[in-house]
Design a protein. Sequence first.
Length: 277
Amino acid sequence: MRLFFIITLVMTAFAANSVLTRLALTSNSIGPSNFSLIRAGSAALILIILVIFIKKKIPRFSFKSFVSSLALVGYLLGFSFAYLTINTGIGALILFGGSMLVMFTGALLLKENIPIIRFIGVFISLIGLYILVDPRISSNSLFGIILMFLAAFSWGFYSILGHSQKNPLSNTAANFVLALIIIIPITFFIPDKVNTNLYGFILAIISGSITSGIGYTLWYWVLPKINIATASIAQLTVPLIAALGGYFFMTETLSWQFYISSILILGGIGLPYFYKR
C-alpha cells in the first residue's frame, strides 16, 4: 500500500511538471532555456541540501551519473521547448507513451519475465493513447512533437538507468548537478526571446525543487522495487492527470475522446492485476 501511494504521488508530480511548464511558457513569463536552467538549478540545490542534511556528505559523481545527466538534459530541454507549441495533455501523452515504449523495449532486452496478459494490457492502453492524441495531433506543432519524442527517449533511458541505483537521493542530486553544468553553456547558445519575470521564476523553482527534485528522487526509490515493464506502464496514467490539470488550471478542454481513452488506458494498466484474481 505504501509503494502504491508513493507511485501515485510520483505520477502526480510528473503531471504537475507538465502543467507548471505549460503555465510558465504560455504566459510569456519565462523562456524554455531559462526555465530548464532554473528548474535544474533549484533541483540541484534542494537535493544537495537534503543529501548533506540526511547523509552528512556530498553527492558522489561517477561515469553513470554523467550518462544519466546527459539523458536528463535531453529530457529537460526537449520537454521545455516542446511545450512552447503543444498543449499539456498531448505533451504528457507523447512523453510518457514514448518513454513507456523505450522502457518496455529495455525490459525485453534485459530479459525480464513479462506475461502475455501484460502485452495485451499495453496494447489496450496504446489504443487509448491513440484515441486521445489522433484528433488533436494536427493542431500541434510537428517540431514540438519531435522535441517531445526526444524528451520521451531521454526520460525512458534515464528511468532504465535508475532501475539499478541503490542511493536515490545522492544519485538524483549528482544527476541534477551535472545536468546544470551542461545546461548553463547551452542557454548562451540558445537564448530566450522573452524576459523572465517573477511568476515564471517561481513556477520554475516549484517545478525544479518539488515536482522534479523530490519527485525524481522518489522515482529512483521506486524503480529498484518494481520491474522496468511495470514502471513503464504506470507512467501511462500521467497524461490523464496532466489533461485534468490542463482543464482545471489552463482552461484546456476535455473531449469525449479523453473519457474513452481514460477507460482504455486505466483498463489496460489494470488488466494484468484483475486477471490474477
